[in-house]
Design a protein around this ligand. Sequence first.
Ligand code: ADP
Ligand code: MG
Length: 305
Amino acid sequence: MSISVKGITKFYGKQKALDNVSFEISSGEIFGFLGPNGAGKSTMMKIITGFIPPSSGDILVNGLDILEKSLEVRKQIGYLPENNPLYLDMYVREYLYFVARLYKLSPKQAKARTDEMIIKTGLTVEQKKKIGALSKGYRQRVGLAQALIHDPSVLILDEPTSGLDPNQIVEIRNLIAEVGKQKTVLLSTHLMQEVEAICNRVIIINNGKIVADNSKEDLQKQTSASNRQTIIVEFNTTVSREDLIKIKGVSKVQGLKQFNWLIEGNTNEDIRPEVFQFAVKQGLTVLSMQKKEMSLEQVFQELTK
Ligand code: ADP
Ligand code: MG
């Protein structure tokens, strides 16, 4: 287990930002931490990285307690904080070398890692510019490069794509997916598509509490609305609603555009065979028939409302 979070609670004064949060992340996973603004994502990440202490609870990173072995843990974590704070007056290469030295890499190692990270994050052309002169997408690359500079096994990325344009988002996601092959990545986001695009697993947090913890597929099955089978059928001609509702196992029928129907079953049993038999008996042709899966977007809304 790379990260093991046990019963973390965090108070800011009287406000409870995290309420008894527990989860585990195994190595090699890209783990999505999904929740609306104010849910407690950044707070959790600041605690894991040792920036602020929890009010109660324990966290182990690679088996080490983050409070007892704080320095040791920090060597194993790369952190890209929310809004990517950077020294805008430093040059890209100078800044990365500086961060490497902060992590106590020798001058020689620091230079080698700086070179490596510049190539890996696609900063070769920009390496001699001041960070303040870079576009937001390139600043984000610098943020990723500094998080990776000491070759940590765990990467914590707080909303790494927020504020980027669509092209930059795709570039940064690809970069994360690439580095995530060898590392454990915990990534926070309030965007569903981000989770669908790059994460293997996701937990959803709302008001400081975990509301769902599962792989993406399981999550879709978990919610009540998706416990019932829903299909969309297209016939070649008009069909009466009265006939459709009589099909065995069908609880609800809704007409869509021409000859298309949304048919809901009353259990999670597949109703497609019955609907198909019905069509055969009535002499109808089925032009198409597919199961309707709930999107992660709907799952998220259902769980956080
Ligand atoms: P998220 O990253 O999911 O948007 P945060 O962890 O930043 O959520 O915030 C969770 C809650 O804690 C919010 O209600 C926020 O206002 C509050 N909060 C965060 N940081 C502080 C702080 N330093 N002092 C007081 N309240 C804070
Ligand atoms: Mg945040």
